[in-house]
Design a protein around this ligand. Structure first.
Ligand SMILES: Cc1cc2nc3c(=O)[nH]c(=O)nc-3n(C[C@H](O)[C@H](O)[C@H](O)COP(=O)(O)OP(=O)(O)OC[C@H]3O[C@@H](n4cnc5c(N)ncnc54)[C@H](O)[C@@H]3O)c2cc1C
Length: 626
């Protein structure tokens, strides 16, 4: 299914002769980061309404599995799974096996090795659905993503044959060991060493890894270490029973208590040379590429977590009465439900826009002669800017939604029995792993700047030159009320705002800009709003032209899009003012502050009415329905 779908889409939409890496004159949909400087047509993006029956069935299988095996089991057990309890560890292992039997451990593994071989976007959809599994989402996430993808993408035939079928069936559990006591965000700073034995048959690994997900019961570890005096990391496949590997005790954590997290100790751990994965010193690049994949999937997971929270809150709010009425009818509860739903709807549009583009880009690389693994990896790498944005926005959405979810449940949200506080604790880790949100914010701006100023893949300079023209146009009376003119103008304003502020900061600080992290964070907040706002607007424009769309629902979706843009105005204006007040002074500051006010038109809406309307539709449908 997946390959054919992508093939058709590629045949219809991609003229690969026009699309070359480094060519700035391409469909911005297929150039990572180019959303900032180009125009994307609504037709070229994927919207979740386009999932096929088969894709929906996969997602539903995952949700059914999570409801039956995890949520119902939680209520029956009356407490969450805790991996530190031996009986719970067995239960988690059993869950992985059951998931394996359903094919859920092999979503990203090619069919030739026993997996489902899903395309990237369907795999991303899977990550949204599995969020209903609480800490199991982390266990299965490590299994299907960071733990197995290095072998899928970089393994040789023998390595793939040896490990992938077992991982796909759930008989082997995979994990990814990069972090060390001295190497967290600075992942290449690890001290774990690999030394080749004199007979050339083994590498001896010495060092320590920390925070290793699935480590307590994994059979296969993808371990990063430096060979000899190498500057960069290499990667090794280490089996649980290799002599010299000691697995530490389970960490005691705030959340995801059902997920195993341990330290690993390597004391002359004997790794056969054939277990070197990929090229020597190729490990750091591999680690980053795999993390890009994990980042967008975390973004999807955040959307899934938020939708799931909405479902639970609606059920509770419709039953709980205070002051002789169900709390669902209170304006503040509608405000919260309407707000979480709107954010989930908008971020979702950006997640699957990106996931689909990754598939198209990978197909394009394949057509250009890259191997399947390289084509897929480069496809994700292309959208590194977007992946960082989505990781940050998705994780913050999950944390916000579960926090508000507790609030909607009142005291019952604080009690363990509803599972709301568990969801809140479980969501919190997503802002930390797969690169902290601070690091991802800086990466999004750093990577974009690199592509604009160093590799010149994106025409940032050309776009920057057009900013004065845009500002001038903002002083002209704006009368057009046709279609989405106001919304399009707002998104254009956001793009120009980013270009204006980043250009002014760059001019003033030059290379020192990199030291002014607070300003980069401001810029990243504007950039993220550009991408999400544009994605949700394009989605609405596409839906409007589609047949068979529920008109009532589309009406509410349009309003959600406008509400998201309205809120983004506040976020972007504040971020822009913070940046300007942080680097400029005197006349320059005055001028820039007044331009910020000019650049962004406010989409006119009644936010209270929209949130109410959204909540009422969600109530009517018994949960998230967009
Ligand atoms: C439950 C859990 C599971 C995990 N699973 C895995 C796993 O399976 N495999 C694995 O390899 N790792 C795993 N990790 C590790 C995780 O990826 C790291 O914790 C994360 O990358 C952050 O590293 P750190 O904890 O050392 O924090 P640090 O890097 O020390 O960061 C501390 C603070 O400083 C900030 N900071 C760091 N560098 C910069 C910078 N350059 N500029 C500005 N601010 C900065 C961070 O944003 C953060 O706020 C896991 C962690 C946890 C908690």
């Amino acid at each position: 299914m997946s390959k054919e779908t992508v093939d058709i889409a590629v045949a219809e939409k991609v003229d690969s002769s026009k699309i070359r890496r480094g060519n700035t004159n391409v469909n911005p949909s297929l150039k990572g980061g180019a959303f900032l400087v180009g125009t994307t047509s609504p037709e070229s993006i994927f919207v979740s309404e386009e999932w096929t029956e088969e894709q929906r069935m996969i997602a539903q299988t995952v949700i059914d599995f999570c409801v039956k095996e995890i949520q119902d089991a939680f209520f029956k057990r009356g407490r969450e799974l805790e991996i530190t309890k031996p009986e719970d560890k067995l239960e988690m292992l059993d869950l992985v096996k059951k998931a394996g039997e359903l094919g859920l451990c092999g979503v990203s593994i090619p069919e030739a090795y026993g997996g489902l071989g899903l395309d990237f976007n369907t795999g991303t959809y899977f990550s949204e659905a599995i969020a209903a599994g609480f800490s199991f989402a982390t266990t299965i996430g490590a299994q299907t993503s960071i733990g197995s993808l290095p072998i899928v993408f970089y393994g040789n035939e023998a390595q793939k044959q040896k490990y992938l079928p077992g991982i796909a069936s759930g008989e082997l559990i995979a994990s990814y060991a990069l972090t060390e006591p001295t190497a967290g965000s600075d992942a290449n700073a690890g001290k774990t060493k690999a030394t080749l034995t004199e007979d050339g048959k083994l590498y001896l690994l010495n060092g320590q890894k920390i925070w290793i997900t699935n480590g307590g019961f994994a059979s296969v570890f993808v371990v990063f270490a430096k060979i000899g005096d190498d500057e960069d990391l290499s990667t090794f496949i280490v089996e649980k029973d290799f002599e010299g590997l000691t697995i530490g005790a389970e960490e005691k954590k705030m959340g995801i208590k059902g997920s195993s997290t341990v330290q690993l100790f390597f004391d002359n751990c004997k790794v056969p040379v054939e277990n070197l994965l990929g090229e020597r010193q190729g490990g750091f690049r591999m680690a980053l590429n795999i993390l890009n994949t994990g980042r967008i999937k975390l973004g999807a997971g955040g959307v899934g977590g938020a939708k799931f929270t909405v479902d639970r809150c609606v059920k509770f709010a419709k039953e709980r009465k205070q002051f002789d009425q169900v709390i669902a009818d209170f304006g503040v509860i509608k405000h919260k439900i309407g707000d979480i739903t709107t954010k989930a709807f908008a971020i979702e549009s950006a997640v699957y826009r990106t996931g689909y583009n990754v598939d198209l880009k990978s197909e394009q690389f394949l057509a250009e002669g890259l191997s399947e693994g390289d084509a897929k990896l480069n496809g994700v790498r292309e959208f590194a800017v977007e992946c960082s944005i989505l990781k940050t926005k998705g994780s913050e959405l999950a944390c916000y939604a579960t926090d508000e979810g507790i609030q909607i449940h009142g005291g019952m949200g604080y009690a363990t029995e509803t599972g709301m506080e568990m969801a809140y604790r479980d969501a919190r880790i997503t802002k930390i792993y797969e690169g902290t949100n601070e690091v991802n914010r800086m990466l999004s701006v750093g990577e974009l700047t690199k592509r604009g100023l160093q590799t010149k893949e994106i025409d940032l300079i050309g776009a920057g030159k057009k900013v004065p023209g845009f500002i001038f146009s903002q002083f002209m009376p704006f009368k057009s009320k046709a279609g989405y003119a106001a919304e399009e103008r707002f998104v254009k304003g956001l793009k120009n705002l980013f270009l204006l502020i980043s250009g002014a900061v760059g001019k003033k600080l030059g290379k020192k800009m990199i030291e002014e992290q607070e300003i980069i964070l401001n810029l990243s907040d504007i950039l993220a709003e550009v991408y999400i706002c544009e994605s949700v607007l394009l989605k609405i424009q596409k839906l409007e032209k589609k047949t068979g769309i529920d008109a009532e629902k589309l009406g509410v979706q349009k309003e959600m899009m406008r509400l998201y843009l309205y809120d983004a105005h506040g976020i972007a204006s504040k971020a822009a003012r913070d940046a300007v007040n942080s680097f400029s002074e005197g006349l320059q500051r005055k001028i820039l502050l007044s331009l910020i006010r000019r650049m962004l038109n406010q989409v006119e809406i009644n936010p209270k009415e929209i949130r109410r309307k959204v909540a009422e539709m969600v109530y009517k449908n018994g949960g998230y329905c967009f």
